[in-house]
Design a protein around this ligand. Structure first.
Ligand code: FE2
Length: 127
């Protein structure tokens, strides 16, 4: 089975967000072990969507608290909404398609937008 391995370079420096991102890897690996259209897949995806909603709310709370730039906030929030929509579409996908989705999310979102947010939080804590 294909697995996504967590790497230290994914750490952003916020313990809560980092723990949630690690959990996302766990969800990915569990979901890849299920068959498309299966009850196990549906069950895991339901759990994962609920978890992602909670995780995005955590990040958006951080953005609000730190008075994140409005344009970046709107862009980041829109990404979260897009990701949630895509998650709902994973019920019927093959492992390769799921891998592609997670690769895009991890590279485009977690490592770029989330890192930009953490850099902002780090800078606002120092000022
Ligand atoms: Fe995010």
């Amino acid at each position: 089975m294909k697995r996504l391995e967590w790497k230290p370079e994914y750490l952003l420096g916020n313990d809560v967000v980092d723990a949630q991102h690690r959990q996302i890897f766990e969800y990915y690996n569990s979901i890849c072990g299920t068959e498309p259209h299966s009850i196990d897949r549906d069950h895991l995806l339901d759990e994962f969507v609920a978890f992602a909603v909670e995780h995005f709310a955590e990040e958006e709370g951080l953005m609000e608290h730190a008075h994140y730039q409005p344009a970046l906030f709107a862009h980041h929030k829109a990404s979260h909404e897009r990701i949630l929509q895509s998650l709902l579409g994973l019920r019927t996908k093959s492992v390769d398609e799921i891998l592609e989705f997670f690769g895009d999310w991890l590279v485009d979102h977690m490592l770029i937008e989330d890192r930009r947010l953490e850099d902002w939080l780090g800078a606002s804590n120092r000022s």
